[in-house]
Unconditional design. Structure first.
Length: 198
């Protein structure tokens, strides 16, 4: 069932901002994002998984996975890329066309607050530097957990300056095993990760 939703003015601004930055996004943000990827992918097994990349942007995460872990990690997985910016997703799609071995990627243009997936659909969820764009971060976190299967791995990062850390931790901690909060001074985001228990 498709959810009906109306985009708020803030979300329209976010779309316009990311659409207008799509061409230079990689050059400006690649190094910053790769610092986070290095942390969240450490000991993260992705073979034969149903992976959801929420706020996928131009596909920097899958590029990093392919370059650091090798394409065998992704080629045997199903990778769903979600973003609210069409121009960012088109840039992502264009990158994939240049790959010799193309991973199984499905693109979904969607709002984080209204993910068009059934409950318990994914066993790995990434949302890196996306939640802070929402009017209410916790609603995006809840929606991400709704589509996560039992014992799914989640890896979130949220800009430190936008994070109500105690609220998020108090919400997630009872639902998660191996709960970890990584707050390094050299990274602009706080990383929150663990294994969801439903």
């Amino acid at each position: 069932m498709r959810k009906n939703f109306k985009l708020s003015n803030k979300k329209k601004e976010i779309i316009n901002s990311y659409d207008s930055s799509a061409e230079f996004y990689d050059k400006r943000y690649r190094a910053i994002q790769e610092e986070k990827y290095h942390i969240v992918l450490y000991k993260c097994r992705l073979i034969e998984k149903r992976i959801l990349d929420i706020g996928c942007g131009t596909g920097l995460l899958i590029e990093y996975i392919l370059n650091s872990k090798g394409d065998h990690h992704i080629l045997r997985s199903k990778y769903i890329a979600v973003d609210i910016s069409l121009k960012m997703m088109l840039k992502f799609k264009k990158k994939l066309l240049n790959l010799r071995n193309q991973p199984n990627v499905l693109f979904v243009l969607s709002d984080i607050d209204n993910l068009p997936f059934r409950n318990n659909s994914f066993n790995v969820i990434f949302s890196l530097t996306s939640f802070q764009n929402l009017p209410h971060i916790l609603s995006g976190v809840r929606e991400s957990l709704r589509v996560s299967a039992n014992e799914s791995i989640f890896k979130f990062s949220i800009l430190r300056k936008k994070l109500k850390q105690e609220e998020i931790i108090n919400f997630l901690k009872p639902l998660v095993k191996d709960f970890e909060v990584i707050n390094k001074k050299n990274i602009e985001d706080v990383i929150i990760q663990g294994i969801l228990i439903k």
